[in-house]
Design a protein around this ligand. Structure first.
Ligand SMILES: Nc1nc2c(ncn2[C@@H]2O[C@H](COP(=O)(O)OP(=O)(O)OP(=O)(O)O)[C@@H](O)[C@H]2O)c(=O)[nH]1
Ligand SMILES: [Mg+2]
Length: 536
């Protein structure tokens, strides 16, 4: 049985589509797109019709290949999960048949030896504030638990506060209905983009961000999993089971789902010319800072890393970085993560990527009672109508806490406070800005870059990393400052070209800026002009 990713409703299917935009995902997992509106399914680019499951008010669950599908599957549930639930309850055995068929019937293609087959799991992805996803997903989770002995991880998108009390009620109801059939939740909070006027226009970017994190997790644990003994650095690895352990609580045979939030950070390892001519010039990477950056990009609004109980991080790098031990500060990452888990339960693994990027995806797991957004969601939901709230119950004593480590961590608190302040501040920054700092799309990367290299540089920089420059970090010196603009990394020749200044002038200005701590040299390639700088 292959791993299954089930997107339900418009939002769930949208994120599913973004996940399966990564071609490797099709090698290890089956996408299943469930929706009550054919039109939404038609918008999917990477999940073909054979992976669709339609919900028809009259016929129940219909496979994409069914004749007349488009006529049966129409309408949606108009933000009303209760109506959806009634229809689904009456077709529950049909739902089970369809899921059995889709999950059991289409395994990973034969001949792909490098794929791990054992530990299967099911992800269910849905927007919790709507009708179809939030009405159907609890039945899907229950059916899967009845059919298979597999972990179920729900990726639940919470509605933004401004969406009002009805979506909040839908979401709250769904969380409580699905809770009993779930091993872990990963919360994606639309409140992180909720302060933007046109929130909907950011969905695609946000979905891409989330999908990249999910793909990192899957790639790190399955697709690009490495054999540590092959590499001089003896890198740590994690597997799928680590994801489950890191995101749920176990005690005396009982499992309670954890509520995790995801954060991702990536950096380009080469400047643009090196993308095209991949020779040398790899950047040094500071993995500890990268993990900190993931904490500032969490998908849950108001998340306080200090309140988390467990965590996991996956680093993906090109093989170059695994040759020698010193290239990745593994101990530093462990130490940093360990500070955020009173249980000393940290999972850290390294895996490979073919791209010239280093990325880290982290998951921080909380008990529901400490998550402010859940309290807030409950409050909003109650404004609409009374609804069960049993998700907070039964966590006391779920995990044996180690008193010594709690004591230690309270001593460390003072040292940590600065980092935490920084993180909390950053976590209040609008996520879209953060997402825009992400790398260009996977598939067309090289073509895009070659095309971009032909365009005037300022425009490329605008396109790719528009908001990188932070207040207070502006670089003085009119010409150089505007030439550097939003660039993260730059070289002397680039600045010469953009400013019309001489090499010597540019070099001297950069030296001054370096002394003042505004920029720093990251790679010096033989003392000539081809040094690469970045903002300090
Ligand atoms: N992050 C993100 N949120 C979305 C997206 N699409 C919808 N949402 C959110 O999801 C909720 C609505 O869920 P939908 O998936 O549109 O609803 P549905 O499951 O199709 O149910 P219907 O009401 O029957 O259409 C709202 O809270 C939206 O803010 C998306 O692509 N990305
Ligand atoms: Mg819909």
């Amino acid at each position: 049985m292959a791993h299954a990713f089930i997107g339900v409703g418009q939002c769930g299917c949208g994120i599913l589509d973004a996940i399966f935009a990564h071609p490797n995902m099709h090698r290890v997992a089956n996408p299943i797109a469930v929706n009550s509106a054919t039109q939404d399914l038609m918008n999917l680019k990477h999940v073909k019709r054979k992976h669709w499951v339609g919900i028809s008010k009259t016929r129940g669950f219909v496979l994409g290949s069914t004749k007349g599908f488009d006529q049966f599957v129409v309408g949606g549930f108009g933000k009303n999960p209760v109506r959806g639930s009634e229809i689904i309850a009456s077709h529950y055995s049909n739902l089970k048949d369809v899921l059995r068929h889709r999950i059991e019937g289409s395994g990973v293609k034969k001949g792909k030896k490098d794929v791990e087959r054992g530990a299967s799991f099911v992800f269910i992805i849905l927007g919790m504030g709507g009708g179809t996803g939030s009405g159907t997903a609890p039945f899907i989770a229950r059916a899967i638990k009845e059919l298979f002995d597999v972990p179920v991880i729900v990726v639940g998108i919470l509605p933004a506060v401004k969406e009002g009390s009805r979506p909040a009620w839908n979401a709250w109801r769904c969380l409580n209905e699905i809770f009993d059939y779930v091993d872990s939740f990963i919360l994606i909070d639309n409140e992180r983009i909720g302060h933007m006027k046109a929130m909907e226009s950011l969905f695609k970017k946000y979905n891409t961000y989330v999908a990249r994190g999910m793909v990192d997790l899957i790639a790190g644990t399955i697709i690009e999993k490495i054999q540590p003994s092959k590499y001089g650095a003896n890198p740590p690895v994690i597997d799928v089971q680590d994801i489950i352990s890191a995101t749920s609580f176990h005690s005396g045979g009982i499992i309670k789902p954890g509520f995790a939030t995801l954060g991702r950070f990536s950096i380009r390892l080469k400047n643009l010319p090196n993308y095209i001519i991949p020779l040398g010039g790899y950047k040094k990477i500071d993995t500890v800072s990268m993990v900190k950056q993931t904490f500032a990009r969490l998908t849950l609004n108001d998340a306080v890393p200090e309140d988390s109980i467990k965590n996991l991080a996956v680093l993906r790098v090109p093989p170059y970085y695994l040759q020698k031990k010193e290239q990745i500060n593994t101990d530093g990452v462990y130490d940093f993560l360990d500070e955020y888990t009173p249980l000393h339960e940290t999972h850290f693994g390294i895996s490979l990527t073919k791209r010239n990027l280093a990325s880290i995806t982290s998951l921080l797991t909380f008990k529901p009672g400490v998550i402010r957004r859940l309290k807030n969601l409950e409050k909003l939901a109650k404004e609409y109508e009374k609804v069960s709230t049993h998700i907070f119950e039964g966590y006391e004593g779920m995990v044996e806490t180690n008193e010594v480590s709690i004591f230690e961590s309270s001593i460390e608190k003072q040292d940590k406070s600065e980092i935490i302040e920084e993180i909390i501040k950053a976590a209040k920054e609008p996520l879209p800005e953060i997402v825009e700092r992400e790398e260009p799309k996977l598939q067309k990367e090289v073509e895009e870059i070659i095309k971009a290299a032909k365009e005037p540089l300022p425009e490329i920089v605008e396109q790719e990393e528009p908001k990188l420059q932070k207040e207070g970090k502006d670089i003085p010196g009119d010409k150089i400052s505007s030439a550097i603009g939003n660039m993260d990394n730059f070289t002397v020749p680039e600045l010469v070209k953009k400013t019309g200044m001489s090499y010597t002038e540019v070099n001297e200005t950069l030296k001054k800026l370096e002394i003042r701590g505004v920029i720093k040299e990251v790679v010096g390639t033989g003392g000539g002009f081809w040094r690469i700088y970045e903002k300090a």
